[in-house]
Design a protein around this ligand. Structure first.
Ligand code: PEP
Ligand code: MN
Length: 668
């Protein structure tokens, strides 16, 4: 115990030095802010952030710290500096007493979001709960509240039409936004089995975000209620344990009820975007990243909307959202709501607005306000040095375009000569960079997948793989951890900020797997499972389609066409070796297929050297060869201890060998 106490004393002393250093850094940021005030320099310089992080990763490594840790800690520090600079450049930093109207009662999501937005001024701010969105608008218009908060859209259930319609005729302006993560809970008076719940109360928006969960309670009545917190209050008042509500954990705590299930919304990541409205607009310093919202109508004639949107294109303005609503009294005519990146004080925005006025029949700027979404800078991570280098490879020249049209019109290269780039949570598959997805054959435990994720991140690879539903030759082999594995994989991906890819085996599992995975894998054995292809074709997630081990290139493209034909165009092909008479390797990697596929289709192509070889000594040479023939990415199996792996151990790279491969790939 004495030893621990002595070490803790040292830790406390180190923590104190960290605190002092952070405070010193903040004081320097304050001086930067003054200097930027004088010189007009922008508050964000992503190039400088990238250089800074690259240097910190290199220095940190010399001190024994991993890149992921450095990126996390300094990501937070840089964000703090950005927040401080934004605060400085925002007008009216210190208001007097103010009232904020919201719809609902204490514990409602709107109230929580308002508290977050006004956090620096909580001592001067009072929150007024009202019955409807309309009353919120009226209270601000009448001066009974300085501000109102209104939910505008939800990432699961979509736009809140009533609020859009109110905004178009309100005499108010949007002065801020709050992006609020909504985790719904099913709450009740006390712990009861779900089968004993007869009725669930909640706001219609919350109910529509939990449709899948509610459909699993078929015996249960679903009753809309004016507000989530009111629903909680009601179940408390009725004292009936057969009643439940969907609301926030905060509301459950506030009204002293029991949380039966957490995270019951359809999407794991569920955000609501609220806007703060006031009577007068607040100009925002041009250096602060802003969103401008407007509502417009265009003449009822061909090409009118296109004309309006091309104004934004001409001024290089990024459109964040486009929403249409019917115009009351004019059946089948619409007005459009637009959110775009930029500040009305910038010349390009002001000019674009002037030009937009010429091509629209009405246009109102709803507001220009500091944007809450600023992605963190992420420099590429070089794999740690030193280590044995594998032979260098040179990239292949681009293939030429096919001239005749094959029977697969949608995947045919001629239908999209520029090629498809599939975007998987920010990772571009099909661009210039040969991306690497790596991870174990199967998720085996929390610790195993976590260690793999850390290694994937540390080596600068881009995505985490891991099988949860395993297609095994023998029914007695390890079949994967199923849903539990999926949760562990998602957890590791989230911790290390890596998109995840995993296999889905049956149409019935597509929705569940899509809830967690960023990229859905169709395995070689299922390449011609047409009902599975159709099911992923109807879902919104990108798909990694592996070539069947007995399939020709033609059949491979036919399988991809099935997915595209259902509407999902985000397909990545994967060559993983085919069966030949050769017995030295598990399969024979068909490298020639890569340039052929690149000529025949616009879809990106990745290569899996692990399943092709079946033995780890061939993985690195085949990976380098695959890159040399022009693949867009690699899928590699790794394991913290391949000898104990529950599946495909002989082909898994131990961590050191994977790091060497990554160095060879990045150096080449
Ligand atoms: C896998 O990648 O986990 C897998 C089973 O591969 P394949 O479908 O190519 O055999
Ligand atoms: Mn495997």
């Amino acid at each position: 115990m004495q030893e621990i106490a002595a070490i803790r004393k040292h830790i406390t002393a180190v923590d104190k030095r960290i605190l002092e250093a952070l405070a010193r850094r903040r004081r320097l940021v304050a001086r930067i802010v003054e200097a930027k005030d004088r010189t007009g320099a922008p508050i964000r310089d992503t190039r400088r952030e990238e250089q800074l992080l690259e240097e910190l990763i290199a220095q940190g490594r010399r001190l024994g710290l991993d890149a992921h840790f450095i990126l996390r800690v300094f990501g937070e520090i840089l964000e703090d500096s950005l927040r401080a600079q934004k605060r400085h450049f925002l007008a009216d930093p210190d208001p007097g007493p103010q009232r904020v109207a919201y719809q609902g009662i204490p514990g409602a999501y709107s109230e929580a979001a308002a508290r977050r937005h006004f956090a620096p001024f909580l001592d001067r701010t009072s929150f007024v709960g009202l019955a409807t969105f309309q009353e919120v608008v009226e209270a601000v218009e009448a001066g009974e509240a300085e501000y109102g908060i209104l939910p505008l859209e939800n990432t699961t259930a979509g736009s809140i039409n009533e609020v859009y319609d109110l905004l178009s005729c309100a005499r108010l302006t949007i002065v801020g936004e709050v992006i609020f993560q909504v985790d719904h809970c099913l709450v009740s008076l006390r712990e009861v089995p779900l089968t004993e719940i007869d009725c669930v109360l909640s706001h219609p928006q919350a109910l529509s975000q939990c449709l899948k969960f509610l459909s699993r309670l078929p015996h249960c009545e679903v009753r809309p209620f004016p507000d989530t917190a009111m629903a909680v209050k009601r179940i408390k008042e009725e004292a009936n344990p057969r009643l439940a509500a969907i609301a926030s954990e905060e509301a459950a705590r506030l009204y002293g009820v029991h949380v039966l299930r957490r995270n019951v919304q359809d999407q794991r990541e569920n955000f609501t975007r609220f806007v703060i409205v006031g009577k007068k607009s607040v100009p925002v310093d041009a250096r602060v990243p802003c969103t401008t919202s407007l509502v417009m109508a265009v003449p009822h004639e061909a090409g009118a909307l296109l004309k309006a949107l091309s104004v934004l294109h001409q001024h290089d303005i990024n459109l964040l959202k486009l929403e249409s609503r019917p115009i009351p009294g004019l059946p089948f005519q619409y007005r459009f709501y637009l959110d775009m990146e930029g500040n009305t004080l910038e010349t390009r925005i002001a000019t674009a607005l002037a030009e937009l006025r010429r091509v629209t029949t009405s246009l109102t700027v709803l507001g220009c306000y500091p944007s809450q979404h600023h992605p963190r800078t992420r420099p590429p991570v070089p794999p740690p040095q030193p280590g044995a280098d594998v032979a260098e490879a040179t990239p292949s020249p681009s293939p030429s375009t096919a001239t005749s049209k094959p029977p697969y019109p949608l995947v045919w290269r001629g239908s999209k000569p520029e090629g498809t780039v599939v975007l998987v949570r920010g990772v571009r598959i099909g661009g210039e960079v040969c991306i690497v997805m790596a991870g174990p054959c199967a998720v085996e435990s929390r610790e195993q997948i976590r260690q793999c994720a850390q290694q994937v991140r540390e080596c600068g690879a881009h995505m985490l793989r891991g099988g949860c539903f395993k297609p095994r030759t023998s029914p007695y082999s390890f079949q994967g951890l199923g849903l539990e594995g999926l949760q562990l994989l998602a957890e590791a991906g989230a911790e290390f900020d890596l998109p995840i890819v995993t296999e889905v085996l049956s149409p019935a599992d597509v929705d569940t797997v899509a809830r967690y995975a960023d990229l859905l894998q169709i395995g070689a054995r299922n390449m011609q499972n047409f009902s599975l292809l159709a099911a992923v074709g109807r879902c919104q997630r990108p798909v990694l389609l592996k070539r069947g081990m007995m399939s020709t290139i033609d059949e491979f493209l036919g399988a991809a066409e099935y997915i595209l034909a259902q509407g999902n165009h985000q397909v990545v092909l994967c060559e993983r070796g085919i069966r030949t008479f050769e017995t030295m390797t598990r399969n024979t990697l068909d490298l020639g297929a890569i340039p052929i596929l690149k000529r025949l289709t616009h879809l990106p192509i990745v290569v899996d050297p692990s399943h092709a070889a079946g033995r780890r000594d061939l993985v690195a040479p085949l990976a380098l060869a695959a890159r040399a023939v022009g693949c867009h990415g690699l899928l590699v199996e790794i394991h913290p201890n391949p000898e104990t792996a529950l599946s495909d151990g002989p082909q898994a790279l131990p961590f050191a060998e994977f790091a060497a491969l990554m160095r060879a790939l990045q150096g080449g």
